[in-house]
Design a protein around this ligand. Structure first.
Ligand code: NAP
Length: 214
């Protein structure tokens, strides 16, 4: 099973490391090949680098690991994503990171689905700080939760399997419009981490019986 990670920043690196370690074939696709190569080298386990289009074409899953404002350009560069699960990790943040630019009646997840109507967009990982990924996916020494929202049940389940294999707990929330809640949840996480000064070794979770979370 192969995963293309589009972007070569902090989240791309954190996810590449965890997915490669979990046994997935990782390809990092970025507009700057040298940056993609550095992330692939950090991930090891056979991870490789490529351009955005080639990476997306070659993989079963595509992670969009760029700012929400760059989603349209990156999706255009990725080419045909028909039928593919596209994991949207973005938060539509204001420039000072202390607010959201859209919400209530839509979400970044839904806007990305509109940009790639034939893809199966799955919201996931948006509530987890990059520094938590760099700490092996744990916050305050405890496992963290990946919240999933998407309209295609099989894509949601496949992303759940990836997240669990990478060591995360998972709560499936419902259809993609539940991203309208998940993005403000990430906003609260940022407000606590940076605004209230709790730092980045934190993550939201949900107390729910494991059998009911999936
Ligand atoms: N950081 C976090 O803790 C965190 C947590 C949860 C979710 N997220 C979300 O994860 C996503 C990535 O965040 P990050 O922290 O990894 O950001 P980052 O470190 O700033 O990296 C952003 C990446 O996107 C690339 N990029 C920017 N504009 C692009 C464009 N027009 N076309 C192609 N690539 C472009 C950048 O490429 P260049 O290097 O060439 O500029 C870079 O590789 C964002 O949507 C963010 O909201 C972040």
């Amino acid at each position: 099973m192969s995963i293309a990670i589009l972007g070569a920043g902090n989240m791309a690196k954190g996810l590449a490391v965890l997915f490669a370690k979990a046994g997935y074939k990782v390809v990092v696709g970025a507009r700057d090949l040298a940056k993609a190569q550095a992330v692939a080298a950090a991930a090891g386990h056979g991870a490789r680098a490529d351009g955005i289009a080639a990476a997306a074409k070659s993989a079963d899953f595509v992670v969009l690991a760029v700012p929400f404002t760059a989603a349209a350009e990156t999706l255009a560069a990725a080419g045909d994503l028909a039928g593919k699960a596209v994991i949207d990790i973005s938060n539509p943040l204001t420039p000072d990171y202390m607010g959201l630019t859209i919400g209530h009646s839509t979400s970044a997840g839904e806007e990305i689905q509109k940009l790639a109507p034939k893809a199966k967009v799955v919201k996931a990982f948006n509530t987890i700080f990059a520094q938590v990924l760099a700490n092996g996916g744990r916050a305050a020494g405890r496992p963290t939760t990946v919240f999933i929202a998407g309209d295609d049940a099989s894509a949601n389940n496949a992303v759940e399997a990836i997240a669990r294999k990478a060591g995360f707990d998972v709560v499936q929330t419902g259809p993609l419009k539940l991203a309208r809640y998940l993005e403000p949840l990430a906003g609260l996480n940022i407000a606590l981490g940076y605004g209230r000064g709790l730092g980045t070794d934190i993550a939201p979770t949900w107390n729910v019986a494991p059998a009911k979370a999936a």
